[in-house]
Design a protein around this ligand. Sequence first.
Ligand code: AR6
Length: 168
Amino acid sequence: MQGVSVVKADITTLDIDCIVNAANSRLIPGGGVDGAINKAAGPDLAKAMMAIGRCPAGEAVITPGFKLRARHVIHTVAPVFAQHKEADVWRLLANCYKNSLALASKHDIASIAFPSLGTGVYGIPVERACNVAVAATRDHMRGSRVPAEIVFCCFSAGDAALYQEALR
Ligand code: AR6
């Protein structure tokens, strides 16, 4: 059965097929979860990202996981909260989840973990971002059984509680 869960963890440590990276549109390794993923994957990940070269907000691209336990990394780009009208922020953020899950489905990925996209450096309030993440994920699940396992991987207990609440 298809399942959605919440964990509090460093996403780079998860034993899962695919992790999602909160990247920037130039696919140049940055800080936050992007920095942690690049550090754990090794320098070949940055080379693979830069070979792709660009990913507009709301879109998603895929690379291998290199030294990570995860075999794949899907890179998606959240909108910068201060740079868009609020309605566009929620639409683009939902697209990040939808396009990442569609790409995972296309690659027949069985399990995938998302960080809380856009809610760090990009400044999207997590209290609303969690509801957008859950709604977009449920939308995907209505049309596809793949991935069978979807995990929201939060870095803090407070964020994990918000995602748990959104799932209820
Ligand atoms: N595991 C899980 N979650 C993490 C980890 C980790 N190891 N590290 C941080 N988080 P952010 P954004 C959480 O800033 O807002 C980069 O420079 C963090 O606590 O990583 O989409 C990119 O290159 C927060 O809840 O992503 C872009 O330029 C969440 O991950 C920009 O940051 C997202 O925070 C993207 O900003």
